[in-house]
Design a protein around this ligand. Structure first.
Ligand code: AQP
Length: 329
């Protein structure tokens, strides 16, 4: 089986964007691939986090991974900070990554603009930690959104550079191009993506939002002065709602456009809201059940870290030897 690695930052409350763009698709990969799904808390601290909140968000994310249907028997599910090999390999890879390469990362530039008061070295070297995450497990495929493509390219460059010097140490990973997940945009600013760290709660729908809250946020979603439910570049609000509706119901855009021809925006928004509520209700129910089962969660946390660590050690030991570190006695 080919190996897949992916992760999500516990940097906020998981949104419908994270769900439709990533989580939902991950559940479809678990039978065909050997998957590792990491909760990348070490990446999350590149932006200032409140420790109490971070701990809670990491736990919530684990529960939500499970609640959407990721099976801990089939996948390795774990916290990045529990597997120190990530940090150890990241350090080594830092020494094989050029400043110029990191300087070119558009996400770094974006984050600098957003967090001008805290442009720390971790934010800059984020891509080498991400390379370590992936390369540690001899990953074949990485499901990435458009925004992560540049980082994956750099991972490949680092792997090839290292292999060029020391022989075949790392598998050079490819992007997983599956059925494309929906790119969900912010409800009130539909030209930017829905982000868990968005301060405007009306821009995002979270996995745990109450049905009433979801319906309300939908009602307030930005549309346009037209009346036609149609997917078009000049109609970003309606197009976003159409993509959400289709991602949730499995219908095509053409089918949805036909379904709401002449219906008016009010009816359409209600239908989208109801479809989202129906999709999230079982997930929310499962979250409640899992939260009541601390021992089960603890067992997953422990065994996930052990399994990941065992795999990671194989690569790390090889790398340490290649670069010339003395063997452990
Ligand atoms: N709006 C989105 N539509 C589709 N997919 C999305 N993803 C994120 N937002 C959308 C996908 O979710 C995963 C989460 O990756 P991440 O935790 O590393 O953070 P991110 O991409 O930076 O996500 P956010 O929600 O925007 O977090 P913050 O606000 O902390 O930056 C990825 O697979 C991503 O493609």
């Amino acid at each position: 089986k080919k190996r897949i690695f992916s992760g999500m930052q516990p940097s906020g409350v998981i949104t419908l964007g994270n769900y439709l763009g990533a989580l939902k698709n991950w559940t479809k990969l678990q039978d065909e691939y050997d998957c590792l799904y990491c909760i990348v808390d070490m990446h999350a601290i590149t932006v200032r986090q409140d420790p109490v909140k971070l701990r809670k968000q990491a736990k919530d994310l684990l529960v939500q991974y499970l609640a959407v249907g990721l099976d801990p028997e089939k996948n390795i599910i774990y916290y990045q900070s529990h597997v120190p090999q990530h940090a150890e390999l990241a350090w080594i890879l830092n020494c094989y990554t050029y400043m110029g390469e990191l300087n070119r990362m558009t996400q770094f530039k974006d984050k600098c603009a957003k967090h001008a008061d805290n442009i720390n070295a971790g934010l800059f070297t984020y891509p080498s930690l991400m390379a370590a995450d992936i390369l540690l497990y001899q990953t074949d495929l990485v499901p990435v959104g458009e925004d992560q493509r540049q980082h994956l390219e750099l991972t490949r460059d680092i792997a090839q550079r290292f292999n060029g010097i020391y022989g075949d140490v790392f598998k050079v990973p490819d992007a997983y191009i599956g059925k494309v997940g929906a790119r969900v945009m912010a409800l009130q600013e539909p030209t930017k993506k829905m982000s868990k760290s968005d301060e405007n709660q009306n821009n995002i729908i979270t996995l745990m939002d109450d049905p009433k809250v979801i319906m309300n946020k939908m009602k307030r979603a930005m549309t346009d002065s037209d009346t036609e439910v149609r997917f078009a570049e000049e109609k970003p609000g309606i197009s976003n709602l159409l993509s959400i509706y289709c991602a949730v119901t499995g219908k095509t855009i053409a089918e949805a456009e036909k379904e709401f021809a002449g219906a008016g925006y009010g009816t359409f928004k209600t239908a989208v809201g109801e479809a989202v509520v129906a999709e999230l209700e079982p997930v929310q129910k499962r979250v409640k059940e899992l939260e009541a089962n601390k021992d089960y969660l603890d067992a997953i946390i422990k065994s996930g870290a052990e399994k990941a660590s065992r795999l990671a050690d194989r690569t790390l030991t090889k790398v340490q030897k290649k670069v010339g570190f003395p063997p452990r006695i």
